[in-house]
Design a protein around this ligand. Structure first.
Ligand SMILES: Nc1ncnc2c1ncn2[C@@H]1O[C@H](COP(=O)(O)OP(=O)(O)OP(=O)(O)O)[C@@H](O)[C@H]1O
Length: 338
């Protein structure tokens, strides 16, 4: 079995808002193995990016508590210098918006070349150029010699994202974090980029954290899935289990929001509302409680924890045991099932 590459233990990432700190990631524990894709899903504002940025050490002013073990070494308290050495070499990140990740004033080849240079100080200019061209080719960019001397604004969105991926993999990282890598791209390009990420996993046996709110992408890409709500993991399971036997009301709600003609009826089971703003997140009890007000208070745990319902399948709060969507409950009443 592949080894544990990243192990996050009780991670808490808090931002200062006015005079107080508020945790956007609140007591998250998870692991990523080599050669696996762990998808992190949840609506906007659940804390997915805050989690990814914590792992990469990219938060400037956040307060980070807990452990982030990368190959067994705690990097949560690593110095900026140590983190710089890890980033781009051992860990690479693909951002949502390729334009913000690229320097508009620098030729593509030089930008990728700089990343290589960060970790291979003695590489010659010609070796560097050859390596950049190989990378551009690897990420499916046609005419790489020509693109080498182009600027980001001369490329399409899909090509720019390929460049960002080339930068992220330039030093063959062991861990790749892709934060909504295809959100800004149209559907055809999206599937090409996802295929490329899959190929990279197969080639480099890297561990990949894929952040997305798109469950179609999860189904296609992930080995395991962590569902986040209000800064916490509410369910984690292998991808098959998550889609076939989802337990947490939030997971079930997310899955029901995917259009599916075979499950026409289930489209009705959608939970209203949004993730509360950081300052207004409930900090005690079940954080999802306020979005399922028809469920009796007594079914929620006072201090919800993750329960392992079968090996590798964890769910938070016992409310999942009693949970029904309102129209499911109505239907059962109608048929005399209690
Ligand atoms: N630097 C910051 N300062 C204050 N609050 C922040 C900061 N960064 C994020 N937040 C807040 O933390 C919460 C989690 O944000 P985060 O960006 O991690 O969510 P997300 O799940 O990645 O959402 P999205 O899919 O929209 O990126 C949100 O309420 C957000 O407003």
């Amino acid at each position: 079995m592949a080894g544990k590459l990243l192990e996050i233990k009780n991670l808490k990432t808090s931002f200062r808002i006015q005079d107080d700190y508020y945790a956007a990631v609140d007591d998250v524990s998870l692991a990523v193995n080599e050669n696996e894709v762990l998808a992190i899903v949840g609506e906007s504002g659940c804390g997915k990016s805050a989690l990814a940025f914590s792992v990469m050490g990219l938060h400037n002013r956040a307060k980070i508590d807990g452990e982030i073990l990368f190959n067994g070494r705690d990097i949560a308290s690593a110095s900026p210098n140590e983190l710089n050495k890890l980033r781009g070499k051992e860990m690479g990140m693909i951002f949502q918006d390729p334009l913000t990740a690229l320097n508009p004033l620098m030729q593509i080849g030089d930008q990728i070349g700089e990343t290589i240079l960060l970790h291979h100080k003695n590489i010659s200019k010609s070796e560097r150029r050859a390596k950049v061209i190989r990378l551009l080719d690897k990420v499916g960019i046609p005419r790489p010699e020509h693109v080498f001397s182009q600027f980001p604004h001369e490329l399409s969105g899909g090509m720019r994202q390929r460049v960002v991926i080339a930068m992220a993999i330039a030093n063959e990282p062991k861990l790749l974090i892709a934060d909504e890598p295809t959100t800004a791209l149209d559907a055809t390009i999206q599937s090409q980029i996802l295929d490329l990420i899959k190929e990279l996993k197969d080639d480099m046996h890297a561990g990949i954290i894929l952040i997305t709110h798109d469950l179609g992408v999860v189904a296609e890409m992930a080995d395991r899935v962590a569902v986040m709500y209000a800064g916490q993991i509410v369910e984690i399971a292998d991808v098959h289990t998550l889609f076939e036997e989802p337990l947490h009301p939030y997971t079930r709600s997310l899955l029901n929001s995917i259009p599916n003609s075979e499950k026409e009826q289930e489209k009705l089971h959608v939970i209203q509302g949004i993730v509360p703003a950081l300052q207004n997140l409930p900090r005690t009890g079940c954080r999802f409680k306020e979005r399922i007000p028809w469920i009796d208070d007594a079914v929620h745990e006072e201090h919800p924890s993750l329960h392992e319902v079968k090996p590798g399948h964890f769910v938070r709060c016992t409310c999942y045991k009693q949970f029904k969507f309102p129209d499911e409950a109505k239907e059962e009443q109608h048929h005399g099932i209690s």
